[in-house]
Design a binder for this molecule. Structure first.
Ligand SMILES: Cc1cc2nc3c(=O)[nH]c(=O)nc-3n(C[C@H](O)[C@H](O)[C@H](O)COP(=O)(O)OP(=O)(O)OC[C@H]3O[C@@H](n4cnc5c(N)ncnc54)[C@H](O)[C@@H]3O)c2cc1C
Length: 325
């Protein structure tokens, strides 16, 4: 059952920031994650501040030198269907289309997708885990088949968002508003690794709101994609995923940004893969070296060693797909 809380629906970002600054409060985008957390007692709040009355947070519009701004309240379904995104930022369109189910994509927003809480069953369940203020991570010695193989320290979640790795690969930047004004945060720097703070998911302060995500103009020769593997075809979070943004000069990869999903507590930059392919054509030998680099340094837990060959396989398959894309 949902606990009692005050529900506010401000009309401007300034009013929303002021409401959040008055005390323990939570932002409500589409509510597909927040309401479940409140109902299940993952955390409590005195006040829910809905962004749904703030029209300036909706929509997709061109910015700057050929870039694109996506308002935080834009739904995942709108992003998946937007022709500018499907043609110019394929990785984001792929990722949005892979989120949850049609109903959740119609209700869920981009801001909520980037700021959603972890899906670890200990965090969501009746366990006083480290992330909720307890003493330890139960997944480390417990049921951990869906947990991380990289970046685990103190807490062993995987980051649940599909859009975050795609946006990070595309070099997107978040616009943030708060009591001290506005600032920009690269999507790549939005999420907090547990080694820095295991009780925090993003760098946003309690009264800050993510207002938009800005994509840079796609460079000539950009090919991007997001590939997600889940345990069933219906809605599910990524067991493993890879977002790639490769800039080609002829057949050579001139530059690359690659992030893994379902691998680590934050979208995980695959620098070894980037190094293995940059300056090279994607021939079979290069792809084999890059795929091995994807899992170099992996530290699987007791139940998730299957992720190592899975990541190696999807990185190889996706690189093969991109040389002819
Ligand atoms: C059954 C199910 C399956 C799912 N499958 C997937 C999946 O496959 N892939 C995936 O990526 N996600 C999945 N999700 C997670 C989630 O529902 C979606 O990611 C959705 O996009 C979240 O958006 P929302 O607007 O509903 O978020 P909300 O529920 O409104 O918010 C989520 C969190 O973000 C915060 N927040 C929301 N907006 C902002 C903002 N603008 N600024 C600051 N903080 C904000 C809220 O306070 C809250 O903590 C699934 C959820 C469910 C219930």
């Amino acid at each position: 059952m949902l606990p009692k809380f005050a529900h506010l629906r401000p009309a401007t970002v300034g009013e929303a920031v002021a409401a959040l600054g008055r005390g323990p409060a939570r932002v409500h985008g589409g509510g597909t994650d927040l309401i479940g957390c409140l109902r299940d007692g993952v955390f409590a709040t005195d006040t829910v501040v809905s962004l749904s009355g703030i029209d300036e947070l909706r929509g997709i519009s061109p910015v700057g030198d050929g870039g694109l701004a996506i308002g935080a309240l834009t739904t995942i379904a709108e992003i998946a269907a937007e022709p500018t995104i499907t043609t110019r930022y394929r990785a984001l369109a792929d990722a949005a289309a892979a989120v949850a189910s049609p109903q959740l994509r119609n209700q869920g927003t981009l801001g909520g997708n980037l700021c959603q809480k972890p899906r670890c069953w200990y965090y969501r369940g009746d366990f006083d885990c480290l992330r909720k203020g307890g003493e330890r991570c139960f997944a480390y010695e417990g049921e951990n088949r869906y947990h991380c193989i990289f970046g685990g320290e103190l807490c062993f979640i995987v980051h649940p968002s599909d859009t975050a790795p795609a946006l990070a690969a595309l070099g997107a930047v978040c616009r943030v508003s708060g009591p001290a004004g506005s600032r920009s945060v690269a999507v790549e720097a939005l999420h907090v690794p547990p080694a820095v703070d295991p009780r925090r998911e993003t760098v946003l302060e309690p009264a800050e709101i993510l207002t938009a995500v800005v994509l840079p103009a796609p460079p000539p020769g950009l090919r991007s994609a997001y590939r997600k593997v889940r345990s069933r075809g219906a809605w599910d979070f990524a067991l493993a995923g890879v977002a790639l943004a490769l800039v080609f000069d002829g057949e050579t990869v001139a530059s690359a940004r690659i992030f893994l999903a379902g691998a680590a507590p934050v979208p995980w930059r695959a620098r070894g893969v980037e190094a293995a392919i940059t300056g090279r054509a994607l021939d079979d030998a290069t792809i084999a070296t890059a795929a091995a680099a994807a899992v170099d340094g992996a530290e699987p837990l007791s139940d998730n060693a299957y992720k190592v060959p899975l990541f190696e396989g999807i990185v190889a398959e996706q690189l093969e797909a991109m040389r002819t894309a």
